[in-house]
Design a protein around this ligand. Structure first.
Ligand code: HEC
Length: 222
């Protein structure tokens, strides 16, 4: 009696659910393989969202995109890091060294990078564009000096200080390259409400003296 009933209700039979489990597992497996390959394309340097390493030879702007309703990185004119234009291979080597440094010194123990890590210290995704570096003219040097000895430099007024991690100058420069490259990644507006550094060139000293005050105050940004 019970057996006939189970056979009648096809959707309640054990064999139906067994087959279903096998099909769903197999189907998900195929979808996951597809997604893995699709993601690799999206996260590889040189793609649409993650720029090639040689982006460190360029200025990185961070501007509001009306359509997407958040800020997006825009690769600007040439502005080589430390004033030296690098080839793609040299840039990759430098950025990789910087990434290795952040891993070796466990920056994620305090910071988040692209949102991953700890919440003791600021997220570093856009730290290259942080106005706390003063101006874009002194930023590179300030960053290197900060990384090599941050203890006496109160930076963001968050009331916490970064310890000295024994970073060499070469490591610090590579880390700055890594941070510059990371700031150029399109992160769908993460972190939100980030105010970028003023990238306008400082007015040359002579012009400041010669030109009337109104002209000097006019914004130089496009
Ligand atoms: C023990 C915790 C700790 C570790 C580890 C640490 N930091 Fe920090 N870091 C801080 C704190 C705290 C601040 C904020 C300092 C301030 O505002 O004066 C900071 C600030 C910074 C800033 C300035 C942030 C900005 O947006 O301008 C940078 C860049 C930075 N850290 C990079 C690094 C890198 C790179 C590493 C790894 C090599 C690292 N930190 C490891 C605690 C840490």
């Amino acid at each position: 009696m019970a057996e006939t009933q189970t056979q009648a209700l096809w959707w309640a039979s054990e064999s139906f659910w067994r087959k279903m489990a096998i099909w769903v597992t197999a189907g998900s497996f195929v979808v996951l393989i597809f997604l893995t390959f699709d993601t690799v394309k999206q996260i590889t340097a040189g793609g649409k969202r993650v720029p090639a390493y040689s982006v460190i030879n360029h200025r990185v702007d961070y501007v509001f995109d009306e359509e997407r309703n958040f800020q997006v990185p825009v690769i600007g004119p040439e502005e080589p890091l430390f004033g030296k234009k690098l080839t793609e291979d040299e840039a990759e080597a430098l950025v990789s060294k910087g990434k290795l440094t952040t891993q070796a010194k466990n920056c994620m123990g305090c910071h988040t990078l692209l949102g991953n890590g700890s919440y003791y210290a600021p997220d570093l995704t856009k730290s290259w564009l942080d106005p706390s570096w003063g101006s874009k003219e002194v930023r590179e040097q300030s960053m290197v000096e900060f990384l090599m000895d941050p203890t006496d430099k109160l930076h963001n007024a968050i009331g916490r200080r970064m310890p000295n991690l024994g970073i060499t100058e070469a490591e610090a420069r590579a880390t700055v390259a890594f941070l510059k490259w990371m700031s150029a990644i399109d992160t769908n507006g993460f972190p939100t409400n980030f105010q970028p550094i003023d990238q306008a060139d400082a007015a040359p000293e002579v012009a400041v003296e010669a030109a009337p005050a109104v002209e000097v105050a006019a914004p130089v940004q496009q």
